[in-house]
Design a protein around this ligand. Structure first.
Ligand SMILES: O=P(O)(O)OP(=O)(O)OP(=O)(O)OC[C@H]1O[C@@H](n2cnc3c(O)ncnc32)[C@H](O)[C@@H]1O
Ligand SMILES: [Mg+2]
Length: 205
């Protein structure tokens, strides 16, 4: 995991968060601003949302970072992530956002996960969140890092913090869902934090 395609350093400065997801923007700000970056999001810049045509988290992350660097000329950081449920063969996986429909409704997406587990009478409620973070520089170099966090799915969902599938996910060793957790605590253990740690080790001096 975590294929580093090219290694170069990331100089603190303006970083475009190539995402249209407010929950991710907020988490990427929390994770990168203490490192000296000024995080400007694709939402702030009103960038087009590219179609996610790749078949892996890393592929879609690279596609989003490339689109943002081309549009802005500034280094871009993207995040492709999702929930992979063991008993569902890794679904919804790269389709995690699409399971919420349009307009996105994550209660509906969580209900769909629960309904599919019920349909197959699943006893195994284990799942993991996966995050691929990609960085693309104006000179065409790029890098991608992956992180995961393993846990169990609960029903009904609990908590109104975080975003997406957080209210139904309890990380291993925890008793509360990510939806109930203080954001700083989620940042210490999440799939996104694990990917950020790899990125820091490789790209920040
Ligand atoms: O593509 P961008 O613009 O970044 O925004 P998106 O919401 O479409 O993001 P993805 O394509 O990566 O889809 C991943 C979905 O997986 C879910 N997800 C990712 N990280 C999560 C987290 O930390 N907690 C809960 N759900 C998460 C979330 O609902 C996302 O919408
Ligand atoms: Mg998306």
């Amino acid at each position: 995991m975590g294929e580093e395609i090219t290694v170069r350093t990331l100089e603190p400065g303006k970083l475009v968060a190539a995402t249209h997801n407010k929950g991710k923007v907020s988490e990427l700000r929390d994770l990168f601003e203490p490192l000296g970056f000024i995080v400007v999001s694709a939402l702030d810049l009103d960038l087009d949302e590219p179609e996610e045509t790749e078949s892996t988290f890393a592929g879609n992350a690279l596609l989003k970072a490339r689109a943002a660097v081309e549009a802005t000329g500034a280094p871009a950081l993207s995040d492709d992530s999702g929930l992979a449920v063991t008993a569902l063969g890794g679904a919804p996986g790269i389709y995690s956002a699409r399971w919420a429909g349009e307009p996105r409704d994550f209660y509906r997406a969580m209900e769909k996960v629960e309904a599919e587990l019920k349909d197959i009478g699943a006893v195994d409620r284990s799942a993991k969140f996966v995050c691929a973070l990609a960085v693309a520089w104006p000179d065409g170099s790029e890098a991608v890092f992956e992180g995961e966090v393993h846990g169990q799915l609960v029903w009904p969902p609990r908590g109104d913090r975080g975003f997406g599938y957080d209210p139904m996910f309890v990380a291993d060793g925890e008793t509360i869902t990510f939806g109930e957790m203080d954001p700083a605590r989620k940042h210490a253990m999440s799939h996104r934090a694990a990917a950020v740690a790899k990125l820091k080790a490789a790209l920040l001096s």
